[in-house]
Design a protein around this ligand. Structure first.
Ligand code: 13P
Ligand code: ZN
Length: 282
């Protein structure tokens, strides 16, 4: 089957384009990766090339040895992905140690996978393990409102989770495990990848202070929907905070416990703390 006609490539390209239309991908901002199913690899195997050299991933991910990924190229613009996917995207294969990769398709005008390859691979490795292989998508976007919030709220998992939950009733249903926050760090390296993948052990969302967000999910719809929900909640919160530092009324810890019962989910009590100032942040 032609690689561009496969369902997973079409789903990937649509998601990238949807993200661009949301305004989350200025210039080359953001990156996206998808771990292929064995049946998808077999479907395209005759059309893969094997002339590229192996190159270091920049970290070690033995749990992903031999896996194939569809991934955005470094410096490529999301606004061009739908127009020219073969120039913007690559399918890469990892070696049997999970230390090197080689390009098997795409990046036809040259280039290499995203500079956040270590973060993508380390997040995939954690999520493959903790979800029994269900999660396949890792998405990084420069979401405007979440970035703005990282200048305003204390950089604590509990406070970000609680404030985002309070800003739209369905949020605790969409991300019941909460969100994690990485303090400002240099992007593109192994250090920020390690910090992010630690958070991915317990959350599906990691916020990078003054930079953006990483989300993990089973498929393109769920991962995009998660990013969209968190970002919209941040937008509501910023609108409220722009009007007043104190909310006149809000969703209370007791209300969250009722939501948990009604939706048969469990919401960790550490996010349902009593505030010193009930309409405020802390
Ligand atoms: P890449 O173009 O290398 O993917 O980098 C974009 C980015 O958002 C880095 O955090
Ligand atoms: Zn970025």
């Amino acid at each position: 089957m032609k690689i561009l006609d496969t369902k997973f490539v079409r789903g990937f390209v649509k998601m990238a384009d949807d993200g661009f239309k949301q305004g989350w991908h200025e210039r080359n901002g953001g990156n996206l990766s998808y771990r292929l199913k064995p049946s998808e690899v077999e479907e395209i195997r005759p059309r893969l090339n094997d002339h590229a050299d192996w190159a270091p991933i920049g970290t070690s991910v033995p749990g992903l040895a031999g896996e194939f990924f569809l991934i955005t190229g470094s410096g490529k613009y999301f606004r061009n992905i739908a127009v020219d996917p073969e120039a913007c995207l690559a399918i890469i294969e990892l070696d049997d140690k999970g230390e090197n990769y080689r390009i098997r398709w795409g990046l036809v005008e040259g280039g290499r996978p995203t500079s956040e390859l270590p973060a993508h691979m380390m997040n995939h490795e954690v999520k493959k393990r903790v979800t029994n292989g269900r999660h396949r998508v890792i998405y990084h976007a420069h979401t405007t409102n979440i970035i703005a919030l990282t200048f305003v709220l204390p950089l604590k998992d509990e406070i970000f989770t609680r404030e985002l939950w309070e800003s739209a009733t369905e949020c605790p249903v969409v991300f019941p495990d909460g969100v994690g926050v990485v303090p400002w760090m240099v992007p593109g390296g192994r250090e920020i990848a390690v910090a992010t993948s630690r958070l991915m052990e317990k959350y599906d969302v990691a916020i990078w202070a003054h930079h953006g967000m990483f989300c993990s999910g089973e498929d393109f719809d769920l991962t995009f929907g998660l990013m969209h929900t968190v970002e919209k909640s941040a937008e509501i919160l910023l609108k409220v905070l722009a009007v007043t530092p104190v909310k006149r009324q809000t969703i209370t810890p007791e209300n969250f416990r009722e939501v948990a019962k009604g939706f048969h989910i469990s919401l960790p009590e550490r996010f349902l703390y009593e505030k010193k100032n009930p309409g405020g942040i802390e």
